[in-house]
Design a protein around this ligand. Sequence first.
Ligand code: C5P
Length: 403
Amino acid sequence: MSSLKGKNILIGISAGIAAYKIPLVVRLLKKRGAEVKVLMTPDAQQFVTPLTLATLSQNEVYIHFTAAAPSGGSQWNDHVALGKWADYFLIAPATSNTLSAMVHAKCNNLLIATYLSATCPVFVAPAMDLDMYAHASNQRNLEQLQASGHQVLPVGEGFLASGLEGKGRMLEPELIVEHLEAFRPNANTLAGKKVLITAGPTYEALDPVRFIGNFSSGKMGFALAEAAALRGAQVHLISGPTALDAQHPNINIHRVQSAEEMYTVVHQYYADVDYAIAAAAVADFKPSDKKDQKIKKNQGGLDQISLTPTPDILASMGERKKQQMLIGFALETADEIHQASLKLHTKNLDAIVLNSLNDPGAGFGDTNQVTLIYKNEQQIPFALQSKKELAHQLWEELISDVD
Ligand code: C5P
């Protein structure tokens, strides 16, 4: 079930071009069962209409300090009541002007008045042109808002309305909603932490067209990367071939093919990270002799394949472990706890995530059922659930273990 179900979410829209994406945010929140109210600055109406927002949110849209009263005349739009109504207050897009007004309590519109009255968690999704976003004044304001305990969402990178290209786009609606979904008040975060995750299968080439691989989808590793990014970590996701894509701007994706390539990229980043999770299904063997030309079937070259072991990436991380919390995965089919615990100790890990192919729903699909085993043999079982939700629960557990 979505953590947003039944939540009152107030959205404050300021006057940036990204305001045109807010109707989608409203839709996505409503779909997850949230109650949504929208308020906007007067200038934001030039970018998105109150009618669209009222229709999608099924609530009136608040713009001015006063509104027409049903009995004639005007009535006060009670910013205090609005602020108290909200479980979460999302300010998106947050323009340079709005950020500055928030920092300085410059209460010249209903959005800021409500912000100053709200006591709930506040999420800020900045949106600006690249030089404005990079400007020291805006960066200072964002730091200050973060220091006040607000959730400052990262910005995306790409084409900007100015025609320039770079950092400053408002985070995409789906990711804004994921941030709200992942938020747990008073939860531990990974802000300022560096995380390395391996994911997916590896392909070990036999010739230019054939390889030895496995059925790993990469979904567990990608879910762990996204859940870490949503908690504020900078993530290096080192993935073998998969159809998946990582959208979050905090995720740096490095695509590799073979175990040897994965090994090389892992050690470019491993020394510097706080957490490393090896979720990749790395091939244990590669063909000893990769042919430069396609092997012909009538030449008998495929009736026997000689294999050589690949580097054990996780074991090499265990050998070089310093400050990192190192977590491995184990997919077992028999004597599972014992086998996983053996792996945990021989590879010098801090914890291992065991999934047993004997549990229906564990392994290659969209769901997983695992047991986390710490090096002190403590076992934490997790219920069968989606890999995305499991990734959040695993992080909550791993972070709380360190504190
Ligand atoms: O020893 P086994 O392959 O069962 O261990 C599984 C764990 O080791 C997984 O975390 C996997 O990502 C990692 N591994 C690795 N390099 C290998 C083989 C496995 O990092 N060559």
